[in-house]
Design a protein around this ligand. Structure first.
Ligand code: UDP
Length: 336
């Protein structure tokens, strides 16, 4: 019988990481998780194990600790690493750019060094749509478009991609970058989802507010050049992103060097449309208060995912309605 593929997920106790762990365990991968539990939780790992009815190996390790990282990678002996760990708040990165370099770039250096020393030659990296910066046109953004990061956070992802590209060249390794658009939603069972304390993204904020009396939200700009005046984003269900990760795992052994794929739905939704989807999922009206534009927000950001469709065979299944519905199931089951 063929040996099961061994996967090490950095940041595996976080939002996307725990969904990935559950999904891969369910599909007979042997999963190890490396996480410092700064934002991820043991509860998420327990839930992932419950969903898959399987156990994973957990290394409570901080990737900023180079020795501990090598020891964990040596112990886990993965065939492939899925590198999801990192800090992700754009606003925090503007306040503390040095901290973001350490949390996102230094950690990637340590991971690469550990992979190099331990003979790991395949990696799937969680990058971000924000590497493209402000879109020059209203057209969907494709992988060939210029890289123009506008926040320290986005810059750390650009730098990490480049470091991994060097790793691919130096070791004839396989490197797949997945540039995620606005990931939201939750496991369809409602057993796993995104932590909403603190909630920093639109959907988790709406979920949290929906549990309050007289929910309301400030809409960051209602005078954008969009049909309803609010910003447009490409929201993609976390389970579709996880599917993209699994397809990237299957694809990685076929390449030497690096490749990049956008993961979005190619459908734009405005802030007001997201609010309406959440209202319909929760049955609770939310007052949308017009507010000033948020600095650095592009008016419209939609993915062109032709590469992921054609090369990975990735086709996202879930709609914005599903994202809101599943996130609400999770919110109700998780919130105290
Ligand atoms: N947004 C908003 N009010 C909020 C939070 C977010 O109007 O309280 C808008 C934000 O301006 C953007 C969209 O919702 O147009 C998605 O924001 P989020 O921070 O979730 O993701 P981003 O696209 O910035 O990565």
């Amino acid at each position: 019988m063929a040996r099961r593929q061994r996967v090490l997920i950095t940041g595996g106790a976080g939002y996307i990481g725990a969904h990935t762990a559950a999904h891969l365990m369910d599909r007979k991968f042997e999963v190890s998780v490396l996480d410092n539990l700064s934002t991820g939780t043991r509860d998420a790992l327990n839930r992932a194990q419950r969903i898959a009815a399987k156990d994973l190996d957990f290394y409570e390790i901080d990737l900023r600790d180079a020795d501990a990282t090598i020891n964990a990678v040596r112990a886990a002996q993965p065939d492939v690493v899925i590198h999801l760990a990192g800090s992700k708040s754009v606003a925090q990165s503007v306040e503390s750019p040095e901290e973001f370099k350490i949390n996102n770039v230094q950690t990637t250096v340590n991971l690469i060094s550990a992979m190099g020393q331990c003979g790991v030659r395949q990696v799937v990296f969680a990058s971000t749509a924000s590497v493209y910066g402000e879109p020059k046109t209203g057209d969907p953004v494709s992988e060939n478009d210029a890289i123009a990061p506008e926040s320290p956070y986005a810059q750390t992802k650009v730098t990490s991609e480049a470091l991994l590209n060097d790793f691919g060249r130096a070791y004839s390794a396989s490197v797949v970058h997945l540039r995620f658009f606005n990931v939201c939603g939750a496991h369809a069972s409602g057993l796993l989802g995104e932590a909403t304390s603190p909630a920093t993204n639109l959907m988790p904020i709406l979920m949290k507010r929906s549990q309050e009396n007289a929910p309301s939200i400030t809409v960051f700009g209602t005078d954008w050049p969009t049909p309803d005046g609010s910003c447009i984003r490409d929201y993609v269900h976390v389970e579709d992103v996880v599917l993209g990760i699994r397809l990237a795992l299957a694809y990685a052994p076929r390449i030497v060097g690096h490749e990049v794929f956008n993961l979005g739905t190619e459908r734009g939704s405005s802030v007001l449309e997201v609010i309406a989807a959440v209202e319909s999922a929760t049955g609770r009206p939310i007052q949308a208060r017009p507010g000033p534009r948020r600095a650095g927000d592009p008016s419209r950001y939609i993915a062109n995912c032709a590469r992921a469709h054609q090369i990975l065979g990735w086709h996202p299944q879930w709609t914005l309605t599903d994202m809101a519905h599943h996130a609400w199931l999770w919110q109700q089951s998780s919130a105290s």
